[in-house]
Write a protein that binds this ligand. Structure first.
Ligand code: SAH
Length: 362
């Protein structure tokens, strides 16, 4: 029978280097005849330098590298596609195995700094779920509902794949999925990203539709990331449509959970607002939004809508984006306009979606 290679996916349930914690990894290494410190070398090479194959870890003995390549895959996913847009944004499609018929791909986006000379490193956009149960009508990710949560090591693996493309300076948990609905797995992955990959708490942003009770439960644990809440409108009836999973949850309750977050963590919340032409970009919307957020310790990110097939929504003009921005500024609200990158590779906010897994060659 063929042995899996390290660049080949693990079969479902096969432990991988990334699915074992540091202790379990040491035990596994020793069982394979390695020294305990070899486990540390391997884990650091993978997490800190993005080694995807044991062959790249030349500080391990050659015979051990061969054994490991046969016995303990580093990753469980397969890279099924890679696209680069003109602005150097790379989108990876990763297929995670898990039982017959449940294989699925998620997308990871690696966004290098605009200024090529910059030494800050790239931003990596990662996914937390296969599909998404929230079903915002302007977003491609929730079109087919939720398939399943990603495991912690599957979330971590996206960081390693991203690190293999280039140095990471920041991470945004803004790929596919609602992070608070898979929070335990996300938070154990982010602990490793923070502690072992060295991405600081202010460089990790988690974006959520903002379930207030969940946020209130999490805030006292002082999570080591920045929080972004997708608000999208100051009007209750409209939010019930734009963020269907939040129907019946009052906007004021969401904002109060944001205030509570700041009180516990000392970090201001960012409210995200996708600007949809003719829907939520009016003067009235801007004024009402300002009334809701002015005086709170927060800022607003305005994201002009990125076209998604058949959504029926339109991208606003520069003029209307500027007008909206100016109204907020006049009322003392700190706002930034985020024109997305990666548009021609369908890698911008809201354009990521689950794809069917291509048939595996047998
Ligand atoms: N699921 C998370 C992260 C989504 S991506 C969340 O809902 O917060 C980050 C932001 O992009 C969210 O505010 C999301 O609503 C927004 N977004 C979704 N689709 C978009 C689109 N087509 N154009 C622009 N922004 C979009």
């Amino acid at each position: 029978m063929d042995q899996p290679q390290s660049n080949d996916p693990a079969t479902p349930q096969t432990p991988t280097l990334l699915s074992l914690d540091a202790n379990a990894l040491r035990e596994r290494f020793v069982a394979l005849g390695a020294k305990p410190f070899h486990a540390k070398i391997a884990r650091e090479a993978v997490l800190q330098r993005g080694a995807l194959e044991y062959a790249q870890i030349t500080s391990l003995p050659a015979a051990l590298r061969d054994t490991l390549a046969r016995e303990l895959p580093i990753l469980s996913s397969r890279e099924t596609d890679r696209r680069q847009s003109r602005d150097a944004t790379t989108k990876l499609l990763l297929a995670f195995p898990r039982g017959a018929g449940r294989d699925a791909t998620v997308e990871v986006v690696h966004i290098p700094p605009k200024d090529r000379e910059s030494r800050k490193g790239a931003t990596l956009c990662v996914s937390t779920q296969v599909g998404c149960p929230v079903a915002c009508p302007f977003c491609a990710s929730g079109r087919n509902g939720l398939v399943r949560n990603l495991e912690a090591h599957e979330i971590l693996e996206q960081f390693v794949r991203g690190r293999a493309i280039g140095e990471l300076g920041r991470s945004v948990v803004m790929g596919i999925g609602e992070p608070l609905l898979n929070y335990a797995n996300l938070s154990s992955a982010l602990d490793v990203v923070h502690d072992e990959m060295g991405i600081g708490a202010r460089k990790i942003t988690v974006s959520t539709v903002g379930f207030p009770e969940r946020l209130r439960r999490i805030a006292p644990t002082k999570p080591r990331f920045q929080l972004a809440i997708s608000l999208h409108t100051p009007f209750q009836e409209q939010r019930d449509v734009l963020v269907p999973a939040m129907k019946g949850v009052s906007i004021e309750d969401v904002l109060e959970a944001g205030d509570d977050w700041f009180e516990h963590t000392g970090r201001e919340v960012t409210y995200e607002y996708v600007l949809l032409s003719g829907e939520n970009d009016s003067v009235e919307h801007a004024e009402r939004l300002a009334l809701r957020v002015a005086g709170r310790r927060c800022s607003v990110n305005l994201i002009p809508f990125n076209p998604v097939d058949e959504s029926g929504y339109r991208r606003p003009t520069q003029l209307s984006v500027d007008r909206f921005h100016a109204i907020l500024a006049e009322r003392g609200v700190v706002a930034t306009v985020r024109w997305s990158r990666g548009m021609e590779g369908d890698a911008a906010c809201g354009q990521l979606r689950v794809r069917a897994l291509p048939q595996r060659a047998s």
